[in-house]
Design a protein around this ligand. Structure first.
Ligand SMILES: NC(=O)c1ccc[n+]([C@@H]2O[C@H](COP(=O)([O-])OP(=O)(O)OC[C@H]3O[C@@H](n4cnc5c(N)ncnc54)[C@H](O)[C@@H]3O)[C@@H](O)[C@H]2O)c1
Length: 293
């Protein structure tokens, strides 16, 4: 049995929203490697062109549509194009999502900000999924994967509204999984921790003097990469690997949720859940204060 037989995705059709960068792009390329025919919806023309070229170079049978999935008319056009080109849909990856740079105390957030965050994090998932279901049912079943965030499973200050809409994805995923089980359509979510992408350029935002703290923050001592989440999507896409997995979330987080606030001490000899910063980029290491002694 070769890799593609193990996955059972060869020749099946996937749609990835926001497939021009980050996790969506890595997912589109990985699903293509698994033998899938891949449709991508992407709002940014330059990113659409790049993923079109890269999927073609990879030998994929691909359709890249410039579309804003927040707009109903674009979603309608996307599904017309999908039907015309492939005539079926087996895997839907609702990947578009964005905190839109809002880091605001909740009491000062505006209605306009709430509506913008709703549109880009939840409304399009409803719209795209509603159109996908009849295609999947007609094809005998399918897999829907929604991109959530680890912030849907713990609190985050200053980003309350984004986290709220992402938490709603959990409810959507669970309830739709129940509703569609008899149609052999599975519905799951992937919840990444901080992952280096176009949207979150994580590593450069940590001062070089503090970068060793990254390895103590996550039990698996690094930030995520787009391919980490793409791997979880591939698992959930494949009926052969995850055929009895529905209504749940895979946390792609390097163990961060399990750790809670626990992290290794700088000398690696113990653990703390108190906030310690000993490497501040100014104090020489010989003057660092060990908070536990
Ligand atoms: N990167 C992280 O640390 C992280 C953490 C938790 C959750 N997530 C979630 O993972 C998903 C992907 O995040 P990412 O970091 O890869 O994002 P990204 O911004 O790097 O990539 C998203 C892609 O979607 C496209 N896009 C944006 N709005 C669109 C629209 N309306 N219609 C069509 N295309 C659109 C963008 O142009 C871009 O190519 C999101 O749902 C995000 O909330 C990311």
């Amino acid at each position: 049995m070769n890799d593609r037989d193990i996955l059972g995705l060869d020749g099946r059709v996937a749609l990835v929203t926001g497939g021009g960068a980050g996790i969506g792009r890595a997912t589109a390329l990985l699903l293509a490697r698994a033998g899938m025919r891949v449709a991508v919806a992407e709002i940014d023309p330059a990113r659409a062109e790049t993923i079109r070229t890269d999927l073609a170079t990879a030998g994929a049978d691909a359709l890249v549509v410039e579309a804003d999935v927040r707009r109903e008319e674009d979603v309608a056009g996307l599904f017309d194009a999908l039907e015309g080109r492939f005539g079926r849909l087996d895997v839907l990856v609702n990947n578009v999502g964005d905190y839109l740079g809002f880091k605001t105390p909740f009491e000062h957030s505006s209605d306009e900000e709430w509506e913008a965050l709703y549109a880009v994090n939840l409304l399009h998932i409803f719209r795209v999924t509603r159109r996908a279901i009849p295609f999947m049912r007609a094809g005998g079943g399918g897999s829907i994967v929604n991109l959530s965030t680890i912030e849907a499973f713990r609190g985050i200050p200053m980003t309350v509204v984004y986290a709220s809409f992402k938490a709603a994805i959990t409810g959507f995923t669970q309830s739709l999984a129940v509703e569609l089980g008899a149609d052999n359509i599975r519905v799951n979510a992937v919840a990444p921790e901080t992952t280096n992408t176009a949207q979150i350029v994580a590593t450069p935002r940590v001062p070089p003097a503090n970068r060793d703290a990254i390895s103590r923050w996550f039990p698996i001592g690094r930030f995520g990469e787009a391919e980490d989440s793409a791997g979880a999507v591939l698992f959930l896409a494949s009926d052969r690997l995850s055929g009895w997995v529905s209504g749940t979330t895979v946390h792609v987080d390097g163990g961060a949720l399990a750790a809670g606030a626990w992290m290794r001490l700088p000398d690696g000899a113990g653990w703390t859940h108190l906030p310690i910063i000993v490497a501040d980029g100014y104090t020489p290491p010989e003057k660092w204060h060990d908070p536990l002694t």
